[in-house]
Design a protein around this ligand. Sequence first.
Ligand code: UDP
Length: 324
Amino acid sequence: MKKRILVTGAAGFLGSHLCERFLKEGYNVIGMDNLITGNLRNIEDFFRNQHFEFYHHDVSTFVHVPGKLDYILHFASPASPIDYLKIPIQTLKVGSLGTHNLLGLAKEKKSRMLIASTSEVYGDPTVHPQPEEYWGNVNPIGPRGVYDEAKRFQEALTMAYHTYHGLDTRIVRIFNTYGPKMRLNDGRALPAFVGQALRGEDITVFGDGSQTRSFCYVDDLVEGVYRLLLSDYHLPVNIGNPDEISIAEFAEEIVKLTGTTAKVIYKDLPVDDPKQRQPDISKAKEILDWEPKVNRAEGLKKTLEYFKSLPKDELFKKELSFGN
Ligand code: UDP
């Protein structure tokens, strides 16, 4: 009997890669998405596969899926600071109400459920690098609060279903991830810099660029999620690449990679922008025997090829895009 898995946020960046991986592993995959920030183009190839089904549905309302479900991966959520500003209520709802609906579904179907949490639960961290034991430094009422607090509530709710109902749960804390199928105009650093370089515009670094991030290639992330789902570990696990870089240096890497003659310009740092971020991945190494394999040079090359393959009018669309 083939295993059956539900992936929410299936038309998004990570969700679409996860659908692809589980189809390759021989699962029946149900993709679900309300297409607010997702794009059907990310999954159009899967519609030819008889083992793929798609439900156009918002998980913040009651979720019904007929038949058995072995696993649920909850990856539906807006996931960029620009999204949180434009759709703050949906962001809060999908992390809280959406998670509640899916936990209820998992309980009913006796499924194992993995939720996508985030390094944002650590906020602007005062501990560096961030281990899972760190409780974080989050501003609940700042612009990122709608995402950070929804994700923190999501973890609390998931643990409550685990302890109170005995539900089989997994929690992955995802650090900055990049790769093909990222949304070009979501305001994140990597698509912003690459888009600007390809259009010949100045590269906009926020603040003085000394803030750091650690970027993980999507294939590594998917492998980590896959291993965590199949493990028997129910506490949160960080998945990310510990190779940390300042945003100013990162912008220079994109300039070199694209060969743009545009210059780097500096703009105001957004409110509550974390100053540093690097995952402590000792748990993932020990429990999942996982560590990232793709270095930034290799990953950025593949990502650039993807952005270059997009239709030109999309590249030049100025406004920040939502979904299609
Ligand atoms: N950033 C930037 N220029 C941009 C977009 C983002 O300098 O055009 C900065 C942003 O302020 C942050 C970093 O790049 O310090 C990473 O931003 P991103 O939105 O990718 O991820 P997050 O802040 O959620 O980690």
